[in-house]
Ligand binder design. Structure first.
Ligand code: TXA
Ligand code: MG
Length: 337
């Protein structure tokens, strides 16, 4: 399926109504539209159109057993997704929606089974981004959308990243500029007691516990079968990734020297200044010390280093508290062989 992918630029805070109507029209006719959310860009289809949803798997090269998130514009739309909402879930929705929290519900049979990849549960969230909100409202149906990357690549945080992966495979990209968060939503399974974080994100365990009491991180065994996306090979760069302790410039210098001696091209991602100069063999990217800002930059820099065809990527760890838990989750996956 080869087609010309169009790109329209909109104001991320007040998107042009005409542009949104046009995008919604494509979704209504069963097409695919990539759009910005506050976390990462999503690749959307009308969630109630199973043929359209099936196209998402093809465009992304996504394994057919990996379900996707259904995006809602308002709380009432939850009725289209599930018939079972618990008091704890209502409290979570009231506190964190619209925003980067995905909840797992028992699935309503109004939804095509392609969305849930045949599972009896469904993931749903209400995005905060004005473009995502406007698009769902204009369509009048929820939008099924995984991240708008080719399966196995980092989630896109700009429209350029979407084009890099999906050009000629989808109908339209709505360019609303760089996203605000830069990491995918927190996925919480409230069907179990205590609730399980299937994927950490910027809504932290501490914030969830303040609403529903004890919450646990899913161990890798527990994830098997439960959140297929955490089981499938996740993004790992072509380069080998080594994680180093925070603020240890000496360790980084030693590793860089060792790789350069072995004629390897090296990329370093750090949050602290280093006594290392860029050379044709060595690329250093110093990102923000602040972890929210670091999250916004991380996937873009991983893509940049990938394009440079480096052999060895050295990435500084973060603390594993708050948003650092989500960052370390993504970094460990990138470093896993
Ligand atoms: O921030 C985000 O969540 C972005 C934006 C576009 O909303 N979306 C996103 O979607 O990251 P995706 O498909 O790349 O990741 C969704 C994750 C996957 O790990 C998937 O396996 C899991 O949620 N998931 C979806 N439905 C599920 C279900 N019924 N039970 C367990 N896990 C589920
Ligand atoms: Mg994804």
């Amino acid at each position: 399926m080869k087609q010309n992918t169009r790109l329209i630029r909109v104001d991320p805070e007040a998107p042009d109504e005409e542009a949104v109507r046009e995008a919604a029209g494509i979704l209504k006719r069963g097409g695919l539209v990539a759009f910005p959310t506050e976390t990462v860009y999503g690749l959307g289809a009308d969630a109630l159109n199973s043929e359209a949803v099936n196209k998402i798997f093809v465009a992304k090269g996504r394994p057919l057993d990996n379900p996707m998130i259904v995006h809602l514009a308002c709380l009432q739309d939850i009725e289209l997704v599930t018939d079972h909402v618990s008091p704890g879930e209502i409290a979570l929705m009231e506190k964190f929606w619209p925003g980067p929290l995905t909840l797992i519900f028992r699935r309503s049979y109004r939804l095509p089974s392609a969305v849930t990849a045949g599972k009896d549960t469904v993931a749903a969230r209400m995005p905060r981004h004005a473009v995502a909100q406007a698009l769902i409202r204009s369509l009048g149906n929820p939008i099924a959308a995984p991240s708008a990357n080719l399966s196995g690549r980092p989630s896109p945080t700009t429209a350029d990243h979407v084009m890099e992966d999906l050009r000629d495979k989808i109908d339209l990209v709505i360019d609303g500029g760089p996203v605000m968060v830069g990491l995918e939503s927190t996925v919480l399974d409230t069907s179990q007691e205590p609730p399980v974080i299937l994927r950490p994100g910027t809504v932290t365990r501490e914030e969830l516990e303040a609403i529903v009491g004890r919450v646990i991180f899913g161990g890798s065994d527990q994830l098997l079968g439960r959140s297929p996306g955490t089981r499938h090979r996740h993004y790992s760069p072509r380069a080998r990734v080594t994680l180093v302790e925070e603020n240890d410039p000496l360790a980084v210098s030693r590793l860089v020297d060792q790789y350069v001696q072995a004629s390897k091209r090296v990329g370093v991602i750090t949050r602290h200044s280093l006594p290392i100069e860029d050379t044709p063999m060595v690329t250093v990217r110093i990102l923000a010390q602040n972890l929210d800002q670091f999250a916004r930059q991380l996937f873009a820099v991983m893509r940049e280093l990938d394009r440079m065809n480096i052999d060895e990527m050295i990435i500084e760890k973060t603390e594993e508290k708050g948003i650092g838990a989500a960052l370390m989750d993504r970094l460990k996956r990138a470093a896993a062989r």
